[in-house]
Design a protein around this ligand. Structure first.
Ligand code: HEM
Ligand code: HEM
Length: 188
C-alpha cells in the first residue's frame, strides 16, 4: 500500500483572517506613500494641502488600529501552530520570521514617528477623519526636525523592506506553481 502524504492545512480561519487584514493594510499603505510623498512637496497655502495632510494622518491612524488587531490575530495563529509542534529552526525559517518581525516593527514605528512630528509641531494636530485624537507627544519645536527625519527615513526604509518581502513571496508563489504543474504532469 502506498503511503498517503499527510497534508496539514495552514488555511484555518484565523490565518485566513490574518491574510485578509494583510491585504487591507497593503491597500492602505499604497495611498499613504503616494499622498505622503506628494503633500510634503507642496508649498504652504497650496490648494488641498491641509486636506491631504488630514487624509494622510487619518489613514496612518487607521493602519495603527488594524495593526493592533493583526498582532492579536498573529498571536492566535502562532499559538495554535507552535503549541502543536515547535518550528524547525532552519536558516530559511529564521530569515522569513526575521523579515516579518522587521515589517511589524516598521508598521508600528513609522506612524509613531508621524505622531512625533505632528504633535511636536502643534498640539491637537491629528484627527481621525474629523475626530480630534489625544496627543502622544508634547509640543516641542526642538523635536520637529527629529520627527521629520525619523518619519522620512523610517518610511522609505519600510518601503525597501516591503519590496524585498514582495520579491521573496513572489518567488515562493512561482516555485509552488511550478511544483503543482510538475505534479499534475507526472500524474496525468
Ligand atoms: C504593503 C506592505 C506589506 C507588508 C507590511 C507585508 C507584511 C507581511 C507580513 C508581516 C506577513 C506575515 C503574515 C502576517 O503576519 O500578516 C506577510 C505575509 C505574506 N505576504 Fe506580505 N506584506 C506586504 C505586502 C505584500 C505584497 C505586495 C505581497 C505580494 C507578493 C505580499 C505577499 C505575502 C504573502 C503571499 C504572505 C503569506 C506568507 C505565508 O504564507 O507565510 N505581501 N506579509
Ligand atoms: C504606516 C503609516 C505611514 C506611512 C507609510 C507614512 C508615509 C509617509 C511618507 C512616505 C511621507 C513623505 C515623506 C517625504 O517625502 O518627506 C510622509 C509624510 C508625512 N507624514 Fe506620514 N506616514 C504614515 C503615517 C503617518 C501618521 C500616523 C502621521 C501623523 C499622525 C503622519 C504624518 C506625516 C506628516 C506630517 C508628513 C509630512 C512631512 C513633511 O511635511 O515634511 N504620517 N509620510
Amino acid at each position: 500500500m502506498t503511503d498517503i502524504p499527510v497534508v496539514r492545512p495552514r488555511i484555518n480561519s484565523a490565518f485566513k483572517l490574518l491574510m485578509s487584514v494583510h491585504w487591507w493594510m497593503a491597500g492602505i499603505y499604497i495611498p499613504l506613500f503616494i499622498v505622503g510623498t506628494i503633500m510634503s512637496q507642496l508649498e504652504r497655502g497650496a490648494p488641498f494641502r491641509n486636506e491631504l495632510y488630514d487624509f494622510h494622518k487619518s489613514l496612518g491612524v487607521l493602519s495603527m488600529a488594524l495593526l493592533t488587531w493583526r498582532i492579536f490575530l498573529l498571536l492566535k495563529v502562532s499559538w495554535k501552530k507552535y503549541t502543536r509542534r515547535l518550528p524547525k529552526f532552519t536558516p530559511a525559517w529564521i530569515k522569513n520570521v526575521s523579515l516579518h518581525l522587521l515589517l511589524y516593527l516598521f508598521m508600528w514605528a513609522v506612524p509613531i514617528a508621524g505622531f512625533l512630528l505632528s504633535n511636536s509641531f502643534r498640539p491637537d494636530n491629528v484627527k481621525f477623519f474629523g475626530l480630534l485624537l489625544p496627543d502622544l507627544f508634547p509640543q516641542n519645536k526642538a523635536m520637529v526636525d527629529v520627527g521629520r527625519s525619523l518619519h522620512f527615513w523610517l518610511s522609505y526604509t519600510f518601503l525597501a523592506f516591503i519590496l524585498l518581502h514582495a520579491i521573496a513571496q513572489w518567488k515562493v508563489v512561482r516555485a509552488n506553481w511550478r511544483r503543482l504543474q510538475n505534479f499534475l504532469e507526472v500524474n496525468r
